[in-house]
Design a protein around this ligand. Structure first.
Ligand code: 0PR
Length: 368
């Protein structure tokens, strides 16, 4: 067998996106795929060799910065939300220079913060959430002290797509002079394109850094995460010397770093424009409502009214339903609390996909 033939056999074992209602990634936009191909082999880890790719990254950062109400922001395209969150907290820790530092995050934060706590040796304090699964401000205030180097707010929680009260968090951060990092890995490319966007970004003076991932709702190719800072000093706080490269200093976490994410994210944002992105988000939100209607007809109740294209429905049988669906090659997920099945309605989750899914889902729910 020819090696490509062999590869195809493995690839065919993967589950196609048309059966996946759990993922925050999706089929990249065709413009992203073309851009990716054009930039294969580029390495932003040695920028002197790739001045064109460097220039493109600057343009992309400014473009995303404009979307987030701060065109002059600085940052870079990284491997994903995990790296972006690590770097956001690492820079705050380095800028703040506290002994035995801690950070205050919502209980609903992504598990990348577990890694942060381990790698960066910062204590992670988890604030409770209210009945809408938004972080409780009084709790955050209680947990913050002189050793707090960052407060974290989430714009689009992993499990429910909820948005924390970032306006209030920003006020608190300003008052206490503590950097506020926003994890908008998912919501960053959703909220700005909604009809009545919640102000989650640099428009709030207390926000010092934002995670925003092109490889999620930005329709870019994997890997493409984004970390943006309000001020240059936060980027400088990440630098190490690179004695033998074409650059003197490096602020990224990884060394060798693909330019493909930069190119594919730029292609989508520039190619589709604000209007095109708005249409994608609108379709995802409409399909979320369709899924909601189908599920409520079956008697399922959402954990919260969906804020964006993530929705979870309460059921004691969540794990069992997920496993039986997986056995039938359909992928959904569950959340930690309360017991619920969760869906992410990415652009590949079309009306047709929902229809096919619901017909299988009905059989699974009635089964046993
Ligand atoms: N922050 C938030 C709010 C996230 O939801 C995620 C990932 C991250 C950070 C970390 O991002 P990276 O995975 O890019 O490092 N959220 C999804 C999750 O863990 C990612 C995902 C993507 C899950 C595709 C499944 C999947 O098929 O649930």
């Amino acid at each position: 067998m020819d090696v490509l033939e062999e590869l195809r056999v493995f690839r065919e074992k993967d589950i196609p996106y048309s059966r996946v209602l759990s993922s925050m990634c999706t089929i990249p936009h065709e413009l992203a795929v073309k851009a990716h191909q054009l930039f294969i082999g580029t390495n932003l880890g040695d920028p002197g060799i790739f001045p064109g790719t460097v220039e493109l990254e600057r343009k992309l950062v400014a473009m995303i910065g404009e979307l987030l109400h701060h065109k002059e922001c600085v940052g870079y395209i990284c491997s994903g939300g995990t790296e972006a969150n690590i770097q956001g907290i690492r820079s705050a820790r380095n800028v703040m220079r506290r002994k035995e530092p801690n950070i205050v995050i919502p209980k609903t934060a992504h598990f990348s913060f577990e890694k942060i706590c381990d790698i960066l040796c910062v204590e992670v304090r988890r604030a409770n959430v209210d009945e809408d699964y938004k972080v409780d401000l009084a709790e955050v205030e209680k947990l913050v002290d002189d050793r707090t180097v960052a407060i974290v707010g989430i714009a689009g929680t992993t499990e429910l797509g909820q948005i924390d009260p970032i306006v209030e968090l920003s006020r608190l951060a300003e008052e206490r002079n503590i950097p506020l990092h926003i994890d908008a890995a998912f919501g960053g490319f959703v909220i700005p394109f909604m009809d009545d966007p919640y102000p989650f970004d640099f428009a709030n003076k207390g926000v010092s850094s934002i995670t925003i991932d092109p490889h999620k709702m930005g329709m870019a190719t994997i890997p493409a995460g984004g970390i943006l800072f309000r001020e240059e000093s936060f980027l400088r706080a990440l630098e190490v010397e690179t004695p033998y490269l074409t650059s003197k200093m490096q602020f990224t976490l990884t060394g060798t770093r693909p330019g493909t994410g930069v190119a594919s994210a730029y292609a989508v944002l520039k190619g589709l424009g604000f209007k095109g992105m708005k249409e994608i988000v609108k379709r995802c939100l409409r399909n979320t409502r369709i899924l909601m209607e189908e599920m409520s007809l079956m008697g399922f109740e959402p954990v919260i009214e969906p804020v964006m294209n993530v929705v979870a429905f309460k059921t004691e049988r969540a794990e069992e339903i997920k496993h039986e669906l997986y056995r039938r090659r359909w992928v959904i997920s569950t959340i930690r609390e309360p017991k619920a099945i969760r869906f992410v309605v990415m652009s590949h989750v079309t009306e047709e996909v929902i229809k096919n899914f619901m017909s299988e889902f009905r059989k699974v729910v009635q089964w046993k």
